[in-house]
Write a new protein. Structure first.
Length: 325
């Protein structure tokens, strides 16, 4: 598998995202979670992303159970800060997104002390002595607290060698641009904002990241599923997609079929060819999905497809395409 540099870290071009292993939308068994991580490892994946939010600690526990059996220098792991997991005073209602069966629920805390607690608690769940990358998670309504508290803590942890890289993980690019201009970050995890359906990152984020050598960990490449299986009721950005988005996804799927290729292959390879993208972080909930993701990165997509995609103006004219189409 192709490898890249993320600051001082050597990373694989495809990483395993663990939100599905935390029961995103539907539960995942312990056996399926273990098989998913094992298959990713066997296929050469050595970058793993997780967060306290994913299954309210379940994804970290499952990922750590596998990784702590591997040589520590053989992989790179990222987790996130900004949410502490706490047991609510009363009964915990079922979450709209995570079907994990965990009693704890996330509580926002972007303070300096809260971040240090979050790191300690993540390491305990993972069963590891350190992580490599720390990201401030979804500070959409907490910009000032993130800059004054969370990033100050992350800078300290990077300075003392506890972590190698710091940044933020978000589903929007606008605030990431602000962070890039004010905080000495190494990378961002951008989810869903550079895909075949949404190229908003081209406006400002990718240019500033390239100018400052900030790596992009790209998640949400299938936009929560619509680019994997477009149909009425498909998810986009974790919600039911509207009719216009479904129509666009179906048009892209039809174009793929016309050229004898698969939408998932086109979606993944479109993202990976941009020079700002360091790692494509692909979620999976079973071993078959992992294998399929890897296969999609290697499936031949005819140059004629990319040429027609460009000619029909189905993507931003600034977006690079494989083969220079």
């Amino acid at each position: 598998m192709k490898r890249s540099r993320l600051g001082s870290l050597d990373v694989t071009s495809i990483g395993l995202g663990s939100a599905p292993l935390g029961g995103l939308f539907t539960p995942v068994s312990d056996a399926d979670a273990e098989a998913t991580i094992e298959r990713a490892w066997s296929l050469g994946v050595r970058f793993f992303d997780t967060a306290p939010l994913y299954g309210f600690g379940l994804a970290e526990r499952r990922l750590g159970a596998f990784l702590r059996q591997q040589p520590r220098e053989s992989y790179v792991i990222s987790t996130k800060v900004g949410r502490l997991l706490r047991v609510p005073g009363g009964p915990a209602a079922e979450d709209d997104h995570y079907k994990s069966g965990q009693r704890e629920r996330p509580v926002f805390d972007f303070s300096y002390e809260g971040v240090l607690r979050s790191v300690e608690e993540s390491l305990s769940r993972l069963g590891l002595d350190r992580v490599d990358v720390l990201l401030v998670h979804d500070p959409d309504d907490h910009y000032d607290a993130a800059v004054a508290g969370a990033f100050r803590a992350l800078e300290r942890l990077r300075a003392d060698g506890t972590v190698k890289a710091i940044g933020a993980g978000m589903n929007q690019s606008e605030m990431l641009v602000r962070f890039a201009e004010t905080v000495p970050v190494d990378c961002f995890l951008l989810a869903g904002r550079y895909t075949l359906l949404d190229q908003g990152a081209l406006d400002a984020l990718f240019p500033v990241c390239q100018s400052k050598n900030i790596g992009i960990l790209l998640g949400g490449i299938y936009n929560s599923g619509i680019l994997a299986n477009p149909h009425t009721g498909a998810k986009f950005n974790y919600q039911d997609a509207d009719a216009a988005l479904v129509a666009r996804a179906l048009e892209l799927d039809g174009l793929c079929r016309k050229h004898g290729t698969e939408l998932k292959a086109a979606a993944l390879q479109f993202c990976m060819v941009h020079p700002a993208v360091t790692v494509a972080v692909m979620g999976a909930r079973n071993a078959g999905e992992v294998a399929d993701n890897i296969a999609m990165s290697e499936t031949a997509v005819p140059q004629a497809f990319w040429q027609e995609l460009r000619a029909r103006k189905l993507v931003d004219a600034r977006a690079p395409l494989p083969g220079g189409a």
